[in-house]
Ligand binder design. Structure first.
Ligand SMILES: [Zn+2]
Length: 121
């Protein structure tokens, strides 16, 4: 039996929705959420579908994403792990700083330092 992991990069809601969606496909014999993060699903494929397992799962995932207008999401494959997520713009990450307490984003180090102080009052 083939096992495939699908990781949703922290997106717990999407992981839940996809788990339900996959459950309606009879090609999978076992589907469960990986605790405690709950952003990863483990699926087992019925013997008849093992050979093209990854491709089949990717097709079903792509169908789900497209039919829900989640077109910004990409599916990447590394051996038996599929990752579903929105590719981040590297330039965007380096120019935006994020407050680790509330998630607020700022463009300069100075702004971040000033902002952080508001949490200590
Ligand atoms: Zn903050």
């Amino acid at each position: 039996m083939t096992h495939i992991l699908i990781n949703f990069a922290g997106d717990v809601h999407l992981a839940q929705a996809v788990k339900c969606y996959l459950s309606s496909h009879l090609v999978f014999s076992d589907i469960f959420m990986i605790e405690p993060e709950e952003d990863e699903i483990s699926i087992s494929l019925e013997k008849n579908y093992e050979r093209n397992g990854n491709r089949l799962v990717k097709e079903i995932l792509r169908n789900y994403l497209d039919s829900n207008n989640l077109t910004g999401y990409q599916i990447t494959e590394l051996e038996n792990i599929l990752t579903v997520g929105i590719p981040k713009d590297i330039g965007e990450i380096s120019t935006l700083l994020m407050c680790e307490i509330c998630g607020w984003r700022m463009t300069t180090e100075e702004e971040l330092l000033v902002h952080r102080r508001t949490h200590w009052i």
